[in-house]
Design a protein around this ligand. Structure first.
Ligand SMILES: [Zn+2]
Length: 587
């Protein structure tokens, strides 16, 4: 039970009370608690176990009761009672940011809307009683909602798909196996989980796969003999639901067809369409299982993706670039980016320790980091902020710096912990913290975690002001987006990027499962502006440090090259970089 989940339930209680026209004081109490808890930096679960819930501002007797119930039983009886008073479908509508609770109540009482489907129907028939600007915002929300129905976070989907592929690989009929689809391209929200397999007997293999113990349901199967008769030509296939509820498309083809199928199922659709046009110009027929000349139906070599691209006059294009976003033109002119790879990442620039709200101590982090092959890790706990009443005080941070320097002296010379901190930017863009202590840090990271409901220009100004602060090196999770929750940045990203250039500030690619911020799109914009970017796992435990690969995929999707990545610098170069930058700022 994490804080966000508790906060979501309280926010829903507030909405449901409002739908029923209940006591405004009670509504406000739940809404305030939801906000406080979502920004609270210690785990509420742990406070509850220690009997310290009363320390959370705005949490009185009733809310303490609810939190305790929630943690002990996973449910709140009051919440369940309220839910039963409102049709299930309205709960999703209540979560749309564009509609107020009053508007949802109006839809329910006057227009009898009880499901998202009905709402979409009314919207399409122009029957909604709202002003144009609300309708415009609603249209965006409805589009997002429809899209999100079938999408999953990259960081959740990837390990699950890898585990499934590992298990399927044990089937003796499987000669080769690979993850394909948007997952292989590293898309932040994955629509389709695709697995492609090579086997001497595609039909039998698909049959075997669908009988595996982790398959809960088989939605669809198609035999290869059927598919050969139609133009789509995709081998044998099945769509299954796993025991975890994931929808996965499986494709099985002959070993000689594997790379064609892998290319085809990796997509994207528009990238493949462009490849098809190139193939046609060369008189070649390209499908998921066939690569043949129009003229005499003779086969064109297709024993690897590289061979296939070569036959089309192109170098191999990495999956993360296959979005038909200029990669084919770049391939033609030999100007594909030399993208960053996992082993070029020499350190992690954002890790929380147990000095703050992380789970592990400095030594554990140093050991884990060396195991990952890193040369350095920046210890980056929150500094004290009056708004939340939490974080390291200047005294505590000073002690941590001493502890880091002390530990470094006992570590091998090939590895260093860097003293850093994640400093909260105040509502007016200031950094209220002892500057003498900040000056002692190797790296100062600034961030905001609250106040995203303020007007866009205000939040943008707040972040720009923070970047103008001479001590700030890196801006963490710059757009503030949360995947699947709040994807549109609440700020003007063009201004943020320009200010980063002017102030020589690095922007972070935060690799946390829920963030991936900057996203691929802004990474590419930052790259074109010549900015330096910093990868950080934002790990709160040593296990979470492994999410770095999600950030690397995002960086690759943004065409980022090592020379524009801070983490690709050796410890020495990194140190020199910040030293020179600080010297410049001093003038
Ligand atoms: Zn952090």
């Amino acid at each position: 039970m994490d804080n966000q989940r508790i906060s979501d339930i309280f926010a829903e209680i507030a909405n449901l009370l409002e739908m029923q026209g209940e006591d405004p004081f009670r509504i406000r109490a739940y809404r305030r608690a939801a906000q406080t808890i979502s920004h609270f930096r210690s785990e509420i679960r742990i406070l509850a176990q220690a009997g310290r819930l009363a320390e959370i501002p705005g949490v009185g007797k009733i809310l303490t009761r609810d939190i305790t119930q929630l943690i002990e039983t996973g449910r709140v009886r009051y919440h369940e009672h309220l839910r039963s008073t409102v049709p299930e479908g309205l709960l999703a509508i209540l979560r749309l940011p564009s509609l107020t609770t009053d508007q949802v109540r109006l839809l329910w009482r006057k227009h009898h809307v009880t499901s998202m489907k009905q709402l979409i129907q009314l919207y399409r028939n122009h029957r909604l009683p709202f002003e144009a600007d609300i309708l415009e915002a609603l249209s965006r929300d409805l589009n997002n909602w429809e899209r999100d129905q079938s999408r999953m976070l990259l960081g959740m989907a990837l390990p699950r798909a890898e585990l499934l592929a590992q298990n399927l690989q044990r089937i003796s009929l499987v000669e080769r196996i690979s993850i394909a689809g948007s997952l292989r391209r590293g898309v932040d929200l994955v629509g389709d989980m695709n697995i492609v397999m090579a086997t001497p007997d595609p039909d039998q293999l698909i049959g075997t796969c669908t009988r595996q113990s982790e398959v809960r349901q088989v939605l669809f199967t198609q035999s290869s003999t059927n598919s050969y008769s139609d133009a789509s030509d995709v081998g044998a296939s099945a769509v299954i639901i796993t025991s975890e509820g994931l929808r996965v498309s499986l494709a099985a083809v002959l070993p000689s067809q594997f790379d064609l199928a892998l290319l085809h199922f990796t997509g994207s659709k528009s990238h493949i369409a462009s490849l098809n046009r190139l193939a046609q110009q060369r008189g070649i027929h390209l499908t998921a299982t066939r690569f043949t000349r129009f003229r005499d139906h003779s086969e064109v070599p297709a024993d690897s993706e590289t061979t296939i691209y070569h036959q089309l006059g192109l170098p191999w294009i990495a999956p993360e670039l296959r979005e038909n976003a200029g990669e084919i033109e770049a391939a033609m002119t030999g100007s594909l980016p030399a993208m960053i790879s996992d082993d070029e990442v020499l350190g992690d620039l954002h890790v929380h320790s147990n000095w703050g709200n992380g789970a592990h101590g400095l030594e554990n982090i140093a050991t884990a980091a060396q195991r990952l092959g890193y040369q350095y890790v920046a210890i980056c706990d929150y500094t004290y902020s009056p708004a939340t009443g939490q974080g390291l005080t200047p005294e505590a941070l000073r002690k941590q710096i001493v502890a880091i320097r002390h530990l470094n002296a006992s570590l091998p010379p090939t590895f260093r912990l860097l003293a850093s901190a994640e400093v909260e930017v105040t509502a007016d863009g200031e950094i209220h913290f002892d500057e003498e202590v900040l000056q002692e840090l190797d790296i100062v990271v600034a961030a905001i975690h609250t106040g995203f409901k303020a007007p866009q220009n205000q939040i943008t100004r707040r972040l720009c002001k923070a970047m103008e602060h001479p001590l700030v090196h890196i801006l963490a999770h710059p757009s503030g987006r949360m995947l699947g929750r709040q994807e549109r940045p609440a700020i003007d990203m063009d201004t943020i990027l320009e200010t980063a250039v002017e102030t020589n500030t690095c922007l972070e690619i935060n690799s946390h499962v829920l963030r991936l911020d900057l996203c691929d799109h802004y990474v590419r914009q930052a790259k074109d502006l010549g900015l330096l970017l910093a990868l950080g796992s934002d790990a709160h435990s040593v296990q979470e440090m492994r999410t770095m690969r999600l950030g690397v995929m995002t960086a690759r999707r943004g065409w980022l090259e090592p020379r524009q990545l801070l983490n690709a610098m050796s410890y020495r170069d990194l140190y020199r970089h910040f030293h020179q930058r600080d010297a410049m700022h001093a003038f």
